[in-house]
Design a protein around this ligand. Sequence first.
Ligand SMILES: [Zn+2]
Length: 175
Amino acid sequence: MTIERWSWLGEPLAADFANTVRRRGQEYEEQLEHPQHLVDWARHEGVELERPDAAQLERVRELRDAVFAILLAATSREPPPPGTERLVNAALAAVPLVPQLQGGEVVLTAPGDPPALDELLARVAASLLDLLGDPALAFCDAPSCGQFFLRHRRDQRWCGPACGTRARVARHARR
Ligand SMILES: [Zn+2]
C-alpha cells in the first residue's frame, strides 16, 4: 500500500518533498494526511522517523507548501512568494549541515545528533537550494500529476509518457 502511494518518488529530495501533494484531475490532494504518511514517505527517502505529533505534521506541511511555491515560482522564473523563504531559512538554521569529504564524495553531515525530523527538514531545504540552480528543474502540468521533475531532454514537457498522453487526451476533450 505504501509503495503504491509513493510510487512517483525518485527525484531529488526537495522535489520529492514538494510532490507530497498530487493532482487528481486539476485539484490537489494532500498525501500527508496522517502522521504515519510522513513516516512512510521518509522511509522511501531512506530516513527512519518517529511518528510525529499533529503539530509537527502541520509544521512539515507548512514547509512543504513553501518548498512547492518556491519551486513553482522558479520554473516560471519568478521570485519566491512572500513569506516562503522565511520557512526554508528557519529549517536551514535549525540544523546546520556541514559538507565533509567521505570516500571521495561530498556528503552533508549533521554534527551533534539533532532530532531526525529536524535534520530531514534541513536536508530538504539544502536540496531546495541545489534544485533552484538546476536548469533541468521542471513542472509537469498534466492532469493528475502537477509534480516537479528533472528534465532528461531540453524540450521535455511532461515527467513521463503517461502524462503526455493524459494531457493530449484532455486537450482533445476540451475542443
Ligand atoms: Zn507528470
